[in-house]
Design a protein around this ligand. Sequence first.
Ligand code: FSO
Ligand code: SF4
Length: 541
Amino acid sequence: MSMFCYQCQEAAGNKGCTGSAGVCGKKDETALLQDVLIYTLKGVSFFAEKLETGKYEGGLVTAGLFKTITNANFNDDIFEEEITKALALKADLRARVIAKGIDISNAPSAALWEPKYVSEYELQGTIASILATKNEDVRSLRELIVGGLKGVAAYVSHAGALDNFNMDIYKFMFKALAATTDDTKTVDELVGLTLECGKYGVECMALLDKANTDAYGHPEISEVDLGVRKNPGILISGHDLKDIDELLKQTENTGVDVYTHSEMLAAQYYPAFKKYSHFAGNYGNAWWAQKEEFDKFNGAIVMTSNCMVPPTDKYIDRIFTTGETGFKGVKHIGNHDFSEVIAKAKTCAAPTEIETGKIVGGFAHEQVFALADKVVDAVKTGAIKKFFVMAGCDGRQKSRSYYTDFAEALPQDTVILTAGCAKYRYNKLNLGDIGGIPRVLDAGQCNDSYSLVLIALKLQEIFGLESVNDLPIAYNIAWYEQKAVIVLLALLYLGVKNIHLGPTLPAFLSPNVAKVLVDNFGIAPIGEVGEDLKLFMGEAV
Ligand code: FSO
Ligand code: SF4
């Protein structure tokens, strides 16, 4: 049995990664264990759905789903441990379901699997494989749902780190995961469940937004330095704000500066973090350039979530993981105790400068609402003709230069609304401003796409429009991993139409499922910059 994975945009040949390793560096054995973990969590969910369950069950499913997101965890030992934990929970839930006299005669193999030894885990790979679902439309919808749930899990996990939970989201996870094992579900039912997943996408982004802003205040317009200072540094990447909060506290007065990387750039916009004088700027670019940039950073590096690239020998001894992130041989930090990271940083040279200058961000919902009059005036006077939501992810494929070219080609009377690491394709260009409103408004991380939704809904209200689709907003979204899947499903759930998705449509969309999305939501792939621009600006192509 060899791996088969097609969950991200870089799936080999836009079909799927097979053989000994995926494009992301995930090894065959790891991929099989991930499949078996998901399979086991489906079994857990089959029983959990039938019971009054709590935080433990939801937390375990969330953690497991998050660990299997692209570029989150590459450590086989961790996956074996997670499967063992999930099996123990499953046995317990099963006993509780039986004790209640609930009929389980329709239990799927995922619920009934009870291996005795860890050595049996990998052997289950064939049965747990995505390819075990033979009907390609059913498989496609199942994977769309599981992908969306992984995105939900990531956001729920970051909210949970700040003690924010929502049992309804956990319950939906159980229901949806269990449904992906149910062979009686029709394609229509699975389409319905996919849209319901979008509803919980909105809920989990709202939950995380509340968690982040309650704890750290509302993001505000901020200038972020791209250069370096003279002290040794710690570079923190990923999405977890609780981690950077603790790191900033623990590094105070240590002579070590803290820099953000990739998605952690958004931390620079929060009042609670801006107050620290040792909080330096943002170093580097989107996740995929990390091998070279981490080498040049010289100091300690903390990965709080995906996207992690398998580290090179040049920095493997100074990189650390937290949360659900992991890599064999890389020290994992538990309980937010960063003392080892700080000790390591003190032995390192200061970062090598790779860029200079500043960028501006912090345009999350409250900040944009504060500017609403200015923005509305600009729209009314025609100074702003159109907004382009260009949120999502960046990736290493050359074809992603489309997004830089597209941003550069946009007319001067347009504004880009962005969130996620997709912005690194254009956030350092000099695109100017419109009457003081920057032409790139960065709301923050991919989950802060929620802010973009709130901004759109606010504009709809101000302009008294019936539908969010009547606004002068176009959607040209770049995707890479499963968090982008849940952001997309959330937008579809909110009724947003005509989203362009690139650089390629997901490999896991079968032709029929892709057709459903095209026919009902007007989803379209990207084309050539000039033609796409004409299409978006409403000019004849
Ligand atoms: Fe990027 Fe990676 Fe935020 Fe993703 S760093 S690609 S959608 O994990 O999470 O945007
Ligand atoms: Fe391939 Fe993406 Fe799966 Fe990695 S996560 S194995 S690159 S499809």
